[in-house]
Design a protein around this ligand. Sequence first.
Ligand code: SF4
Ligand code: SF4
Length: 202
Amino acid sequence: MRKYFRDIFQSIWTVLIGMKVTLGHLFVPAVTIQYPDVKPKLPERARNRLYVNMDDCIGCLQCKMACPVDCIEIETVKSLPTDNLGTTSTGQKKKLWVTEFDIDIAKCCYCGLCVFPCPTECIKMTEVYEFSEFDRKSLMYNFVTLTQSEIGKIKLKAAEFEKEQAAKKAAATQVAAASKASGTSASSSSPESTVKKSQKPS
Ligand code: SF4
Ligand code: SF4
């Protein structure tokens, strides 16, 4: 009978010891938050999802070259002398059309190495860290703002311009070669050269 009451007392005592710890925490500020309804405050310089402001991108490829996992793909097309691509917010004149700018965010390791070398500070880390997808293809981010038809026109014009330039260069080379040839034949038939050729060493 004594053992019976001792066991009851011990059970209640054990519960009270456990509750002492719980009761102690009732009067201190909570350290947990109601995620995802409440978001934690991110530390300064936290590395999350990347964003590229294409208005400021000059297509210099610095970010691509810095990426250790090769997850940035960029394609550029040289602008024509008649094109006006404007300037970046840092005042740099844009000379290249950026016709492709993809980041495979599934491969990205958030090292931030692409952010630092950018001369116009247009590639940066955002505060977005919840971007999981069911389809892996959805993690391929395309930042180009040009439409496919615009890209097609740009490439076509660039190709035509290059062809024109090559034709002009070839024509100029031909003219130069022809004038050189006519100059050589004229000089070889001049009286001075005839005299020189007919002179015998003394
Ligand atoms: S954060 Fe690192 S891995 Fe991701 S794109 Fe930039 S350089 Fe590449
Ligand atoms: S480093 Fe900056 S400006 Fe150069 S290609 Fe990358 S995002 Fe564009």
